[in-house]
Design a protein around this ligand. Sequence first.
Ligand code: SF4
Length: 469
Amino acid sequence: MISINKYHILPFNFIRIKNKEVLVNELGDMIVVPTGTACRLVNKEVIEEELFKSLYANFFVTNNYFSSLMNVYAARLREKKGFLDNFTSLHIFVLTLRCNQNCVYCQASSQDEVSKHCSMSFHTMGKAVELMFKSRSPFLTMEFQGGEPTLEPKLIRYGIERAEETNKTEKRKIDYVLCTNSINLTEEIMDICQTYHVLISTSLDGPEWLHNRNRGKKDSYEKVVAGITKARELLGYDQVSALMTASEEGVFHPIEIVDEYYRFGFNSIFLRALNPYGLARDNSDWDVYTDKFIDFYKKALNYIIELNLNGKFFIEEFAAIILRKMLTPFCTGFVDLQSPAGIINSVLVYNYDGYVYASDESRMLAEFNDYTFRLGSVDDKYEDIVYGQKARELGKIWCNETIAGCSDCPIRVYCGADPVRNYSTQGDTYGYRPNSWLCRKNKAIIEYIIELIVTRHDEVMPIFKSWLV
Ligand code: SF4
């Protein structure tokens, strides 16, 4: 029997949007209530019965901390943190810094195609594969990055063959992903992809003029389109996905970019901001860029909603990740919005030079002689890499539940912790949220999604639910 007179509150934060109060609990459940409800709950006032029942059923209040309902709460919280169960599953292999493009926003400090001494050795690849299998995760993703990894086809084949051989006894589920600009999809590369069912993750920045401008080559778009078409034909339509990065020019063209993806047969787009690493680090006024990106994102998302309202199924992937956190009981596996952070817990990076890093961004910092997030080398013991001194130090600051600014943030459960980004932009792994670009961007976008749910509920919810596939 529920009592409305005597109750305990369960942990939640709240935010006011358009004269409504939105309460968000630790499970990611969200409830829209009359303004002033949070204050009334804290003061233990008697709440109207219907509202109280909603709060009770959605784990904002309880009559008894030790009731069986609390076991459900615990089970759901465990599920939300399920990404921790098996430890690192994403293993990134940076094969080379060599590249055949000249992107204006390159984050990987790529080198000319003919450069020497910036590709992984076969010894390093073999050792890295051994380390990958030390992770106890039953699911492993082996992702090849660069530079442009297709410039090292023999290394890709060798890495996969080593993994396949080891997996005869390990019996893990392994996904292979090739991150490529798609302009060098040779017969050899296609053969590897066909033989081992390698997924192609490519990048397309928008219409021809914009893509070519970003890539610094006049014929880049033409080649990418030819590459994607070829890969779709040989590997299957669903084996090819594309990512876009909103360059400083791109942020002015949300509609054209979405249209290009739709026209080209993709049913989703991931609206991605520039990262302050590599070439991009010095190229931008990041305060200005952040505001422009937020504006770009909102315009693009609104346009995508309009497409869906007009019967065209098309997903914005970042919003879909946030919506999965809000509307489903599951964790998303998206390493950039995790607490504890994705570094080490979900990702390890084996760099071309034989060193192991905490994340993709960590190895990018190393190109500027900053080795803060270098965990060791492929010749070290797995335990020394993932449980070593550096990993333990990072462990003190990789939960947004415990760091100042985030701990009482109303949208914390939808966001994540990122000590590497804090360090690279603010010189301090702990970070300072009030002037963090990443915080500003995440907050603005996540709050905008909540605002859409509050203000256009009946219109957007069927669309948002259809994105949870
Ligand atoms: S980074 Fe910003 S938006 Fe994200 S949880 Fe922390 S304070 Fe909130």
